[in-house]
Design a protein around this ligand. Structure first.
Ligand SMILES: Cc1cc2nc3c(=O)[nH]c(=O)nc-3n(C[C@H](O)[C@H](O)[C@H](O)COP(=O)(O)OP(=O)(O)OC[C@H]3O[C@@H](n4cnc5c(N)ncnc54)[C@H](O)[C@@H]3O)c2cc1C
Length: 347
């Protein structure tokens, strides 16, 4: 069975071996089996951040379907230990319904809980590094189980030890998040502020913020909707570049636009909008090259249409990268993980 059917982008060939694991013992046995045969071992979640090569992957691919949520009260909060196979947005809804602050801005992101530490999933002013206290993993090097604290995960912007430093080494089995009962929602993004202000919500609840985030995401095709022409994507295909202030100033001057979007990072660097750079490099929403193109609602999403293959997606992504590099001297870094694809960032 092609992995395309397990990925939101809907491209990609088969795995040499494939297994769905509903309990941890099955994951351990599968890892042992692969290790004994010297086979690569890969973990699949919801397939929403993945580009799989048309040729498929020479590996044992294990789809994680571990379920379960354990809750415990701790001083000043509640800790939820959540199995890797729980759908992420169900967890966010669960937390919001109970009045637990910490995940509300992360509403509507596809995929499973186990993937959230991998790229430190984030949106609208929150990321999971702000709430994760521990990640329970299996080390594929020796099969040992261990629990890593927040600092040991070495989270960064769309990055962590699991992704940048040691890709593929750890299988995430469960994640523990600390949330804040009765806490006020995070409202940090202009889009969210505007949406709430338009509804005269001056003291928004967690549910109001969740609704606002879902509405904004829907307007950008950033939730999965089977009836949406932009549904086959990985969300944002490129990360927002973070550059020294002098580079940001140079690019602003180059674009001749003092209103170039930019956000100051804590370390003094400046985060730029990859979507803005893409549009200024000459691409427009809805533009297509054969079966692949840019979302009609968001310049940062590459969308696969009928007949698209992984190689079409990769070729189109390169076209975008080359155009932005030529115009602004910055090479955009892809956000999805590539399996079996020769590309800038593979795992
Ligand atoms: C419409 C849309 C909107 C999106 N919006 C956002 C957004 O706002 N913010 C954001 O950060 N991301 C966003 N994404 C990207 C994606 O949803 C997230 O990165 C999500 O966490 C991926 O989860 P998944 O279960 O689908 O992972 P997969 O795509 O299955 O896997 C991604 C990577 O993580 C690894 N992995 C998955 N599970 C585990 C595990 N248990 N242990 C070890 N490794 C694992 C895989 O091996 C692979 O390398 C969006 C995607 C789409 C399609």
């Amino acid at each position: 069975m092609p992995l395309a059917s397990y990925c939101t982008l809907g491209v990609g060939g088969p795995a040499r071996f494939f297994l769905e694991a509903r309990d941890e013992a099955t994951v351990r046995d599968a890892l042992d089996w692969a290790r004994r045969r010297g086979l690569a071992f890969r973990v699949l979640g919801g397939g929403s951040n993945l580009v799989v090569a048309d040729e498929g992957v020479d590996a044992l691919v294990v789809k994680l379907a571990l379920r379960g949520i354990a809750e415990r009260e701790v001083e000043g909060g509640v800790e939820l230990t959540v199995a890797a196979g729980e759908p992420w947005d169900d967890l966010v809804r669960h937390a919001v319904e109970r009045g637990w602050q910490g995940l509300e801005c992360l509403s509507g992101i596809p995929g499973l809980v186990g993937a959230t530490p991998i790229q430190n999933v984030g949106a609208y002013g929150q990321d999971v590094s702000q709430t994760i206290v521990a990640v329970r993993v299996l080390d594929t090097r020796d099969g040992a189980g261990l629990t890593l604290g927040n600092a040991e995960c070495r989270f960064g912007y769309r990055d962590s030890r699991f992704r940048g430093e040691e890709p593929g080494r750890f299988v995430v089995l469960a994640v523990t998040y600390r949330l804040h009962p009765g806490g006020a929602p995070t409202v940090r993004y202009a889009d969210v502020e505007k949406h709430l202000a338009a509804r005269a919500l001056t003291a928004p609840s967690l549910a109001d913020v969740r609704e606002a985030v879902l509405a904004i995401r829907r307007s950008k095709s950033m939730v999965i909707d089977p009836d949406d022409e932009n549904r086959r994507s990985c969300g944002s295909f490129f990360m927002n570049p973070i550059v020294p202030p002098a580079v940001a100033a140079r690019l602003g001057a180059l674009a001749g636009d003092s209103a170039m979007p930019r956000w100051s990072e804590r370390d003094g660097r400046i985060k730029l909008s990859a979507a803005w750079l893409i549009e200024r490099a000459g691409f427009r929403r809805g533009q297509r090259e054969g079966p692949v193109g840019i979302s009609t609602r968001h310049a940062l999403a590459i969308v696969a249409h009928d007949g698209a293959r992984a190689r079409d997606v990769v070729a189109f992504a390169r076209l975008v990268q080359d155009a932005v590099a030529e115009r602004f001297g910055i090479r955009l870094t892809p956000e999805p993980v590539f399996w079996g694809v020769t590309h800038a960032r593979a795992s």
